[in-house]
Each structure stands twice: as C-alpha cells, then as structure tokens.
Design a protein around this ligand. Sequence first.
Ligand code: PLP
Length: 452
Amino acid sequence: MQLDEDRIVKGFESRTPKSAEMFQKALKVTPGGVMAGIKFFEPYPVFMKRASGSRIWDVDDNDYVDYLMSYGALILGHGDSSVKKSIASVLESFGTTVTGTPTEVEVDYGAVLRDLYHKDGLIRFTNSGLEATLLAVRLAKGHTGRRKVAKFEGHYHGAVDRLLFSYAPAVGGAGTAESPVPIGDSMDVDLGIISDSVVLPFNDWKSTEQILTRNAKELACLILEPFEEGVIAGDAEFMRNLRKITRDLRIPLIYDEVKTGFRVRPGGASEFYSITPDLTCLGKIIGGGLPIGAVVGDADIMNQLDPRGKSGTRIFHSGTFNGNPLSLSVGKATVEEIMRRGRFDGLRSRTENLKRRLSAKLTEYQVPHVLAGEGAMFNFYMTDKPVKNYRDAKRSDLRLRRFLDIELISRGVYLKPENRYCTSLAHSDADLSLTETRFAESLDSLMPNVRR
Ligand SMILES: Cc1ncc(COP(=O)(O)O)c(C=O)c1O
C-alpha cells in the first residue's frame, strides 16, 4: 500500500516539538534517550508530564486517551482515588515506606493472590515481572535437577539473559515453523544459554509434543505466555494437551501471567482456560502502578525457598524491597476495586464494544484484520490469514499498523506504536466514542478514497 510516510511523520513532529527537544537532551543522559528499550520508537518517543483517569498529557500539552496504561499495569486508570488513599494511609499509619521486616499486608495480600491463583500453594513477592520469571525458572531447576528451559517463539518473559531467546527472532534465520531454533535476542545471551534452551511453535501441538518428548529428560521447565503477546489465545485442546504432557513428563509448567493476570480474567488465563499450572508469575496490575512481581504455585516447589530448609535443599532468594508495604498496599487496594461485583465484567463488555467498533472501521476501510484478546486487553493484526503464533503475527502488515498508530498519536489516542490496547475502569463511553472517531480519521488520513 502507498503510504505518505513523510507527511505522517511530519504531522507527528509538528504536534510534539517539546518532546523532540527533550529527546535530544535525554540522548546526552541515557543510551537512546530512554530508560527501557521498549519505550523507544521512531522518530522519537513522546514525553509525558501528567495523567489522570483515562487521559495523559504530553510536554506540549497535547491530551490523549491512553491505551498504553503503562504497558497494562494500570487497570483502574491513572491516579485512582483508592490508590491515592492507600499510598497516603501507608505513610500515615505505617509511618514509613519500607522496614525490611515481615509485615501484615504481605500475609493478607499474599493470601488473596494465592487463593485466586493456586488455592493450596504458596507465594513469594519480587519487585518486577522479570524477577518473578527468573525466580520461577530457578525454582524449577532446583526441583527437577535439570538445566534446560523450554519456551515458545515470540513469548516475552522479561529482560534477562536466561529468557531472552527467540522472543523477536528474524524468521529467516530461526529454523522452520515446525522446528524453530533458539536465537539470542541480546548480545549477552551466550552459547551456554542457547545450548540449554528449547524453542517451540505456539498452537502447533504435533511439533510441540515431538520437541518436548525429545528433550524431556533435560527440561527443567516449560514457561509460556498463556496468551501470546497477552492476546493470542492458545487453542483449548492445545492448552489441555500442554498441561497433560508436562504432568506426564514431570516438567514443571510455568504460566507467565505478568500481562494476563487480572486482565484476561481476575484469575488470569488460568481462570479463562480452567487450567492450573505448577507455577504462575504475576506482575504489573498486582502492584497497582508500583513496582512488583510474584511467583505463586505448588507448595513442594515453593518450599525450596524456606530458609529453614536443610542446606542442599534450599534455593536462596532475597531482595531488599521484596514485599514492600507501599507496592503491596496499593496492589491490594487495586485488586479489591477490580474484584468488586460487576466491575470486571463491565470493563470486559466495554472493551468488547470498543474492539467491535474499531474492527468495523477497519472493515469500512477494507483493511483485512484478525482481532485477538480477552478481557481488558486486545489487539488486531492486519492480515487475512489466521493468527495463531509469532510467525503468523509477523506476516501481518506491520508497516501499516505502525503508521496508523503514529496517526492516532497525532490525533490524541496514545498507545506505543504496534503495541496492544489496554483498557481501564477509567475509560468512559465518551472516551470510546472519541477513540472510534479518531481511529476513523486516522484511517481516512492514511487511505483517503478507500472507504466503502
Ligand atoms: C509476559 C511478561 N513477562 C515478564 C515481563 C517482565 O516484567 P517487568 O517489566 O516488570 O520486569 C513482562 C513485561 O512486560 C511481560 O509482559
């Protein structure tokens, strides 16, 4: 498709001159001008200065309906009153931000998450999603005495060398679709990690079964995003088969629910599929906007963390800020809000409504697309073929998608280009209507005269 890329980028630049200026300053302070690789996009990221509810404002005073929601971490929207109250109450009643000792809130909140995700299990808090996935892999290694880690192509588990393989490989060099090979996504992923890594094709049961069976004796775990990129569902039978084979082969099954926890359903993808893995990693929403992660799961596996265990049976895990009362109190308040009767279901049906309306606009502009996602998160892939895994998603029209997202930013709808849509309790019907209008205007700008 013919796209006037220069005009689209110029439109963005003319609206965001202060972001451009700040980006130049940032380049002198931090590599690439960003504190996390994922925050960068071309021509430069938008610098934000304030947010409230569903809205976010940039340094040029442009106002956006925000669907990034800090990569899905905020399900109540920005600055919800329950979050503000709980921060104030920790400071007032507790008197400090952190004590370095056990506290009541970690037991209370830990029990809430444990009961939702692993009724008979145990939980450990960390400070980020990546610390949770890394801890889960360490637990599985200790439990099985094996070394290899299996994951699916295209699944992300955090910025850590052990799990940074085959997240975003160039398809040409990554083996066949049925038998992908592990590819490091980062220069520090060494040959040792690669040779202890196994990569699988999502939603392809025959190949997955063969590869798992072949490597079974060496596999410490299978970790997956139970919805790829948070949105592409596993087929019901595929997910059931995975649960069964990992049980039969005694390979701990780890659901990485950092994106999907409290977004796909309150009980995450586990609740959606009615499947309980051996370990679950949580993050994002469970901290209500403050740094957090958690591993929750099978007591036998988790008990390796018991500091009273005999030497030789223990896994050492620690962190100065683990279970800090601020993240936990805010997380607990957030989870209580979303669990209030009817709130999640209301959010889910508003999200479905937005999804349908955007899809109708794409159809009007003759853009073939596949919708994906459940609960309060969705995405669309611009293709006329089914999207079941990484390679299918890669075949979609990513260039059109990127420029549509830049146009949306220029019209006041914010999501990181090519990222998924995350909704919140703060998104009103008026926000959804405004989004629909701006979406249509963006399509019209990209493809004048195409509308049916
Ligand atoms: C599925 C998944 N796992 C792990 C992580 C890492 O979490 P964090 O960014 O908190 O380290 C992310 C982050 O986006 C994620 O989406």
